[in-house]
Design a protein around this ligand. Structure first.
Ligand code: 0RA
Length: 660
């Protein structure tokens, strides 16, 4: 049988893919929902590469009713003939060899990612079944695999006048914790790819519920910036700057940048290298920032009307209200940083700087009215900054120690080693009091906050700095504060606690406060999120009491489970539900009470349910997708009311899991 012929020639290959099945997390990050959706990215990336090489323009992604996902393109089709070195079909080599992908073809545009790029063979290895169909040279070919191993040779199954590749895979249920694909998670990434690559059309269809989207954006990055700012009003409409430069290894670096200004005060810059979101920034981002500051400053100083003002405009002033997308294509990218999402190539900085400076100079000369608006906006920012600095200096002189002492309401822990310690940022004085009594003071510090904190999306930088609650957070954390993740004022090594835990009530007010705090961290302490320091405490929603036994439930399903268990143990059938005078529900002798606020729990209960590392659950906040986070905040906190209402209505039931 064909299978026998295969085992021999493929021993090495199989070893490679067995390693992927043994340690999937090493190749795709994790085996949860994120890893599952990573499989799709991996396959789509191959089709995008084929499109960037100029051979494909349409990509179809389908979620099938049987739980599989297929990705097809109208490219050249993966070659099916014998591989020059391995002798077996090239298709089989691509599908069953680690790192082969489409990337061994030296003539194609080389786009190798840091996060992706483990290849379609990994997807194959982690699927219970994969079917590849190739249309090429007038014929249609097919090969099928089980757990990454071919179950037969490549077969010719018919004729075709078209060309292209279809990969359909069934994620392995023995490897992934969940195997249900989520439409939103995939559509966000596909939309992003369509913005970044305007020559491509991506059709996305979910056959499980007939959901369908077509992503094609002729405007490219301009459309992307408009999408990011869809809930804000533009003062300066999107400006596009594109060009290229030669890198030190003589490959071409392509640069595409688009920026706009909205009426707000925060900065929204997202960046990509070879279509990968560089959450931690890097040389392409610093090249853009330097060019923007220098070019705008030079322009301002040449203008006699503007130069008579004595205030110096800084980079921060030019970034208030800035929304920008930076996309570069680099031959051999070096990815650095905590999550390998920071570009390290030093020559990229100069290339981006030159392209942006040249194109921006031309734009400013041709559009003096727009230039004037940008400079005036930056001047206003600079004036506000200077005024706030003066008032802060006055305050500081009055109380010389003020900025270096820890806030009075911080109950610090005794241990001083950040790896062991954590700080709870708690809403409200009464909950703060319970937390102070309930904590383990050796390693847990408590910082209670009063009422609602400032909405930093709407506030000027200087106003943020002057807010007492925010100042208390800044001094307690000790890392400094900055608009940028690489800001000079920002020293991660000075962080005083390894875990920062946000603790708020489980009601609407609590969720609002949590959103405001998340906005603050997202805007001004983004490094702490990237570094994995930020968490959300999960207080229980219900207490169930039967006689002496008290149990806590964190959601409705758990509540139901506990009730059923308690009823079964006491052999009660058809228990009647009653609501007593304090609004507590009683079922068969079980009293069910809903915790409205943290303040309702006594210190021991708070420790048992929410603070004891042995029994609590913490939700780690991660920047899965910076664009999505930016959009969520923009919608929740932006200028326009209608989209905010629509978002809240649509997501109300998910808000408790808000994961930025
Ligand atoms: C290697 C060589 C050639 C195309 C591809 C790989 C290829 C790979 C994928 C993966 C998904 N879609 C794809 N489309 C093409 C080109 C060889 C040639 O025709 O010269």
């Amino acid at each position: 049988m064909a299978e026998n012929n295969y085992s021999e020639s493929n021993i090495k290959v199989l070893e490679g893919l067995e390693a992927v099945r043994k340690r999937p997390a090493m190749y795709i990050g994790d085996t949860g929902e994120r890893g599952l959706h990573h499989l799709i990215n991996e396959v789509v990336d191959n089709s995008i590469d084929e499109a960037l090489a100029g051979h494909a323009s349409i990509i179809n992604v389908v979620f099938h009713e049987d739980g599989s996902c297929s990705v097809s393109d109208d490219g050249r089709g993966i070659p099916v003939g014998p591989h020059p070195v391995k002798k077996i079909s090239t298709l089989e080599v691509v599908m069953c060899t680690l790192h082969a992908g489409g990337k061994f073809d030296k003539d194609t545009y080389k786009v190798s990612g840091g996060l992706h790029g483990v290849g379609v063979s990994c997807v194959n290895a982690l699927s219970s079944k994969t079917i590849v169909t190739v249309k090429r040279g007038g014929k249609t070919y097919k090969q099928e695999y089980k757990e990454g191993k071919p179950i037969a040779e490549v077969k010719e199954i018919g004729e075709s006048t078209e060309t292209g590749t279809t990969v359909r895979f069934y994620p392995d249920e023995t490897i992934f914790k969940v195997t249900t694909f989520k439409f939103e998670r995939t559509s966000d990434r596909l939309r992003e790819l369509a913005f970044l690559n305007p020559s491509i059309t991506i059709n996305f269809k979910d056959e499980r519920d007939e959901n369908e989207e077509i992503f094609h954006f002729d405007g490219g990055l301009k459309d992307f910036v408009n999408y990011m700012d869809e809930d804000d009003i533009h003062i300066v409409s999107p400006v596009v700057m594109s060009g290229d430069g030669v890198a030190s290894d003589e490959s071409i670096t392509a640069v595409d940048v688009c920026f706009a200004y909205n009426a707000g005060y925060s900065e929204n810059v997202v960046s990509y290298v070879n279509n990968i979101n560089t959450v931690e920034g890097g040389t392409h981002v610093s090249g853009f920032r330097t060019a923007l500051t220098r070019t705008l400053n030079t322009y301002a100083s040449n203008d006699p009307k503007l130069s008579k003002e004595k205030i110096k405009i800084t980079g921060d002033d030019f970034r208030e209200g800035l929304t920008a997308v930076i996309s570069v294509k680099v031959g051999e990218p070096l990815f650095e940083g905590q999550t390998k999402t920071k570009l390290g190539n030093s020559d990229t900085e100069g290339i981006v700087r030159t392209v942006v400076a040249d194109k921006l100079n031309i734009f400013l000369d041709e559009n003096p009215a727009v230039a004037k608006r940008i400079i005036e906006k930056a001047f206003t920012a600079a004036e506000a900054r200077e005024a706030a600095k003066k008032s802060r200096e006055l305050v500081r002189r009055k109380n010389a120690l003020e900025s270096s002492t820890l806030p009075g309401k911080l109950a610090d822990c005794t241990l001083k080693t950040p790896e062991d310690t954590e700080i709870y940022i708690v809403e409200g004085d009464s909950a703060g009091g319970s937390a102070k009594q309930g904590r383990d003071r050796r390693f847990q510090a408590i910082l209670p906050l009063k009422g609602k904190i400032l909405n930093v999306h709407k506030a000027k930088f200087t106003k943020v700095l002057d807010n007492d609650e925010i100042r208390a957070i800044i001094t307690a954390l000790g890392v400094g504060f900055g608009q940028q993740e690489d800001s000079e004022d920002y020293k991660l090594e000075n962080l005083r606690y390894g875990k920062i835990i946000l603790m708020a009530d489980a009601d609407v007010d609590g969720s609002h406060i949590r959103t405001l705090l998340l906005t603050l961290f997202f805007r001004y302490f983004r490094n702490l999120i990237i570094n994995g320091n930020l968490f959300i405490a999960q207080p229980p929603l219900y207490k169930l009491k039967k006689g002496k036994l008290e149990l806590y439930a964190y959601n409705e399903d758990e509540r139901q489970e506990i009730i059923e268990r308690m009823l079964k143990e006491s052999k009660v059938k058809n228990a009647a539900v009653a609501i007593d005078a304090d609004g507590q529900t009683k079922v068969g002798g079980i009293t069910i009470s809903r915790f409205k606020g943290l303040g309702e729990m006594n210190p021991e209960q708070l420790w048992d349910t929410t603070m004891n590392p042995e029994t609590r659950t913490l939700l780690q906040v991660n920047i899965e997708d910076a664009v999505k986070a930016t959009k969520v905040f923009q919608t929740l906190m932006g200028d326009k009311v209608e989209p905010r209402r629509a978002f809240i209505e649509k997501n109300a039931k998910y808000v408790k899991n808000l994961d930025i």
